[in-house]
Design a protein around this ligand. Structure first.
Ligand code: AHG
Ligand code: MN
Ligand code: MN
Length: 338
């Protein structure tokens, strides 16, 4: 899609603010700052092959994943970019075990920032698309002091803003405040994000299914039945297509634009699956629902799950509404016949 009306991210945000007079302009300032962080991370990602920023740090993060240098770079960059604007009372990151407090001498704000600084990091060394995912809530704890764990453990429907950046053939930032989903492509010539995907609406159904078929033998029976159903049928007179990048941001971005379904199920080995509720599933579900799609754990809306811990995982079935409803039917029928 060509850039429309040469609309930059700052101008789009300011125009959005005019439609919401109650807006304090603070969310706009936060989004602009996130856009800046995205540009800086994008620069680093795009030259990662040239400098010694590839490879493993030798540590594992809280989720047990091997940590890559770019994970830590993106994590530190986001904190540095976001910790001095006076907007946040607390942050939490996939790469940090506990909540992240603002430096002592910084102004405390009323928002909460949760983020996956680098998503898809197993793909970095192969130059496959990776991304950053972010999620913003309003504080719920009393007072104006440092935020708390409670502020970071809110159900996904309470998000104020959710978004992601995908560092691929181009760098694209997609965000929603719950009213419309908009995508901006970074024009490296002058370092501006230009509106390239206005008001994204996910197709009601799609031809693509996306999940790691290497886990087939651990899948719930209903999921096996669903995938076999797709493979035995056609979509618009053509076979279904299997597409799996292994970076959630890339797989969700494609699903948002082309339709279809992305699945990371719970299975016999990991009942809750692999993906993190707070840093990956809640923001992506908020975005996909705002684009007219559906996101559940196979039964319940992801956005209604009451989080218990910062790094908890959840199964996720997300994408075109009709496709998610159909896999839920297969899961339910298999459960009922057991
Ligand atoms: P992260 O790099 O932030 O740990 O996320 C990786 C996630 C997600 O991006 C992707 O969908 C999933 O891991 C892929 O997992 P598998 O390799 O098990 O399919
Ligand atoms: Mn991730
Ligand atoms: Mn990550």
């Amino acid at each position: 899609m060509a850039a429309t009306r040469f609309m930059t991210l700052p101008r789009h945000i300011l125009e959005g603010e005019k439609q919401h007079p109650e807006a304090t302009g603070e969310l706009s300032a936060i989004l602009l700052q996130l856009g800046l962080a995205a540009k800086i991370i994008s620069l680093e990602v795009n030259k990662a092959g040239l400098v010694d920023i590839l490879g493993f740090t030798g540590e594992n993060n809280k989720s047990g994943d091997q940590v890559k240098k770019l994970d830590i770079y993106a994590h530190e960059m986001l904190i540095k970019a976001m910790d001095h604007g006076g907007h946040f009372c607390v942050m939490a990151s996939e790469e940090e075990e506990d909540i992240i407090h603002l430096p002592p001498n910084k102004k405390i704000g009323k928002y909460v920032l949760l983020f996956d600084p680098l998503d898809g990091s197993s793909n970095i060394d192969a130059n496959i698309s990776i991304g950053t995912i972010f999620s913003i809530y309003k504080r719920v704890s009393e007072g104006t002091g440092p935020g708390t764990r409670e502020d970071c453990l809110q159900p996904g429907y309470k998000q104020e803003v959710a978004g992601y950046v995908v560092y691929g053939s181009s760098t694209i930032l997609v965000y929603t405040t719950g009213h419309g989903v908009h995508g901006f492509t970074l024009d490296p010539a002058f370092g501006e994000f230009l509106l390239s995907h206005e008001n994204i609406q996910i197709p009601k159904t799609g031809r693509i299914y996306s999940l790691n078929e290497g886990n087939y033998f651990s899948w719930p029976q209903g999921l096996k039945n669903y995938i076999k159903h797709l493979q035995a049928n056609q979509f618009d007179g053509k076979p279904y297509q299997a597409r799996y990048v292994g970076s959630m941001v890339a797989d969700i971005h494609r699903t948002l634009l082309y339709g279809g379904i992305f699945i990371y199920p719970g299975d016999k080995r990991n009942r809750k699956g692999k993906l993190r509720l707070m840093y990956e599933c809640n923001p992506m579900s908020f975005i996909v629902e705002a684009a007219g799609g559906r996101a559940t754990d196979g039964k319940k809306r992801i956005l209604e799950v009451q989080p218990e811990s910062l790094h908890e995982r959840t199964p996720i079935y997300i994408g075109s509404e009709e496709d998610v409803l159909l896999v839920e039917k297969f899961l339910r029928e298999a459960d009922e016949s057991e």
